[in-house]
Design a protein around this ligand. Structure first.
Ligand SMILES: [Ca+2]
Ligand SMILES: [Ca+2]
Length: 73
């Protein structure tokens, strides 16, 4: 499934943990928004959320996060 190198996997894992501010293994849309909103316009935030949370539930799962990372390589 994953074509990432160990170094890439390490980086994406660290990123995911950074967004998971309460460290429960799931990045909620709220956690993600709180982390990135200061860097983004509302429009950019909305389109980014569509990319990382394509099924539009309240969570960005590890699979969704990884998929998006692989797409952006
Ligand atoms: Ca969390
Ligand atoms: Ca989702």
């Amino acid at each position: 499934m994953s074509k990432l190198t160990d170094a890439q996997l390490e980086r994406v894992t660290a990123d995911f943990k950074k967004y998971d501010t309460d460290q429960d293994g799931i990045v909620t849309v709220k956690e993600f928004t709180q982390t990135v909103e200061k860097f983004l316009t509302p429009e950019d935030l909305e389109s980014l959320l569509k990319e990382v949370n394509p099924n539009d539930d309240n969570e960005i799962s590890w699979e969704e996060f990884l998929d998006d990372y692989e797409k952006d390589l």
